[in-house]
Design a protein around this ligand. Sequence first.
Ligand SMILES: Cc1cc2nc3c(=O)[nH]c(=O)nc-3n(C[C@H](O)[C@H](O)[C@H](O)COP(=O)(O)OP(=O)(O)OC[C@H]3O[C@@H](n4cnc5c(N)ncnc54)[C@H](O)[C@@H]3O)c2cc1C
Length: 463
Amino acid sequence: MKDVTIVGSGLIGSLLAIYLAKRGYKVEVFERNQDLRKVPSKRGKSINITLCDRGLKALDAAGLGDIVRQISVPVYGRLIHREDRQLEHQPYGNNQEALYSVSRNQLNKTLLDYAEKNFPIDFHFNEECIGLDLSSTTITFKNSRSGSILHRKTNRIIGADGAYSAVRQRLQQRSRFDYSQHYAAHANKELSIPASAKGAWTREKNVLHIWPRGQHMLISFPNIDGSITCTLHLPFEGEFSFDAIKTEQDLKHMFVTMFPDAMQEMPDLVQDYFANPCIPMVTVRCSPWTFQDKVALIGDAAHAMWPSYGQGANSGFEDCAFFDQCVEKYGDNWLATFREYEEQRRPNAEAMGMLSEQHFIEIRDLVGNPEFQLRKKIERKLNRMYPTRYIPLYSLIAFTHIPYADALRIEQQQRLIVDELIQIKGIAEKIDDLEIEIRIHQLMRCRDIELQNSAPKLLQSVK
Ligand SMILES: Cc1cc2nc3c(=O)[nH]c(=O)nc-3n(C[C@H](O)[C@H](O)[C@H](O)COP(=O)(O)OP(=O)(O)OC[C@H]3O[C@@H](n4cnc5c(N)ncnc54)[C@H](O)[C@@H]3O)c2cc1C
């Protein structure tokens, strides 16, 4: 009863394998692709991601938080490149809170190395899951090199095989399995800036540079070798869209119009653009995540989300840590583990999926908008006055461990305070005046009473 089969050796499958091997389970991982440590990195295939406290806590608990910090660059906020060429600093918080920018491939390789070096985990690469018999818990794999078929009977199957999960597709064939997917009208493409770039802005490394241009956006993420990985967000259709940009001239015209300073530092722009794939953004919602005590979904397989909030991997890592706590609590009672894992994690994934879609609009359309900036300024003031009691939504998500669903409920109360304050004439100039501070004290008292009445536990979590 001690064997567990994980499908997918991406970020989440690899971390879960480590957690389960630590608990003494015999873990086998089957991965469709080649071992990515043995193939030269393909540019455009590895985006950069940012890890926040949630993901890092889960990595710390597995023993590799510091190893990951060493391959990451801390970023302390956003630097907005406005259309009028002015720069606008937006720190993530008042206390030097940082996200960690890291190449997804590099992170995945680090997890695989750590897993293989420290635990007797069997990784099988080039093995694609093509079938699953639920009654006998037998999975079928096809080897992409030899074409040979392998039927593997096992006790437990965890589908960590990403947004287009084959394990989930098998569960979908059962009755009363709810499933929905929601694509954005936009996609992403990876571009790059070499370490030798000379632009004044490229020297500011410890921030995410963002060029918000309504429907279009460029974000740059620093790497430890001094290079920068950029993500270009464009709509699929319309002027300056993935569909419309067909030639080098179209591409350069768009960059000259929207991102001229960034373009100067991108010698490989044309090559990158036409070689790299478009990565669509999809939200996946499904239920149940588990089947008896035999099959469970985790990470993107259970809850893919738009990358705008940078929480896909972070929430998947949190899934792994929570799953591990359930295993610790229930031992070999997998039914209890699966039940608690799903009960606790699914509402949070649903909240985060919704927030990610909202946040996409926020960073795309609003980051450069004066009212949005005023709201952020008011939030920072509230947070300065009540550092442990008023935590802006972004910080609740990125810099606390409050469950996502609770963060969403707290935000709904907090938003009312900002809605009130922003009505005050001239608030931007007199934000530090006594009159405003007294109003803030009153509003905070009302909010606490509201939270106390609706859910006392929530108030506890922000204290
Ligand atoms: C542009 C972009 C930016 C992002 N930015 C962030 C960010 O800043 N912060 C953050 O936390 N998250 C971010 N994410 C999300 C993050 O990348 C994902 O949430 C995370 O990679 C999910 O990991 P996973 O292991 O669940 O799935 P995946 O990474 O998709 O891994 C699944 C693995 O399963 C394998 N597999 C698939 N099908 C099969 C099969 N049939 N048989 C065997 N193996 C199979 C795949 O080859 C793969 O190795 C971003 C995503 C994108 C697209």
